[in-house]
Ligand binder design. Structure first.
Ligand code: SF4
Length: 74
């Protein structure tokens, strides 16, 4: 299972990812680094997550490889 991760050093706190995919990304407070919702399987949200990855102005979102060894660099 692969999981989206946010690089806190690159995040610009714009909230775009939360707007595109609120089920996965959420900001506890406006202007904070969003948190990634823990899920067993992100595949249902993969299109929106990919969209958030492409839209992120800080290029802060990427896929982290999971237990199955699958990996995708962005
Ligand atoms: S879209 Fe990118 S820069 Fe904006 S809040 Fe999300 S992770 Fe941070």
């Amino acid at each position: 299972m692969k999981k989206p991760v946010i690089d806190q050093d690159l995040c610009l706190h714009c909230g775009t990812c939360c707007f595109i995919c609120p089920k996965v990304f959420s900001q506890k407070q406006p202007g904070s680094v969003p948190s990634v919702q823990e899920m067993d399987d992100y595949s249902a949200f993969a299109p929106q997550i990919e969209q958030a990855i492409n839209a992120c102005p800080g290029v802060a979102i990427s896929w982290e490889s999971g237990d199955d060894g699958s990996e995708k660099s962005v």
